[in-house]
Design a protein around this ligand. Structure first.
Ligand code: HEC
Length: 135
């Protein structure tokens, strides 16, 4: 049995360590991450209308809670460099393989549908950032 959170994970817009605020992210990549990843991987979740409807809302809560636990862009600046490096490597491979964003998500969020070119942009950014981390 998997446990479903009953409480909606909290939203906070005050995130001084946010990736896009604290690291160098080109505007187009920032926009892609915001529209395709931030609902599940940041504290700035924008809950969609269907997240008000049971039982779907528990799925959304769970994806948000688990997504943040795996990777929270709102905490980026406070992460250890090694953890940032691991995260960038994971981001690149998840995006390359089309495993992220979760497949169900772009069905409800057409903006989050990534083209091959979008995927390449995210991967190039992640790979380049990884290389500069330990300079
Ligand atoms: C609908 C919610 C949702 C969206 C949108 C989403 N993720 Fe995830 N992500 C999750 C969940 C839940 C997990 C943990 C379970 C899993 O790995 O499938 C996860 C895991 C991950 C992991 C860790 C994988 C691992 O196994 O190490 C990475 C990296 C990741 N996501 C990157 C991204 C990126 C980059 C985007 C945007 C392009 C994105 N995610 C969009 C929910 C989401």
């Amino acid at each position: 049995m998997q446990a479903y959170p009953v409480e909606r994970p909290a939203v906070s817009m005050d995130n001084p360590n946010d990736l896009i605020k604290s690291a160098e992210v080109p505007g187009d990549v920032a926009q892609l991450l915001r529209s395709a990843c931030y609902d599940c991987h940041s504290n700035e979740t924008v809950y969609p209308w269907y997240s008000y409807v049971a039982p779907v809302k528990w799925l959304v809560y769970r994806d948000t809670e688990e997504g943040r636990k795996e990777l929270n862009f709102s905490d980026w600046g406070a992460m250890k460099k090694m953890d940032q490096a691991t995260a960038l490597d994971d981001i690149s491979s998840e995006v390359e393989e089309g495993d992220m964003p979760m497949k169900i998500y772009p069905l409800m969020h057409p903006d989050a549908k990534l083209s091959d070119e979008d995927r390449q942009k995210i991967m190039d950014w992640a790979d380049a950032t990884m290389e500069t981390l330990f300079d």
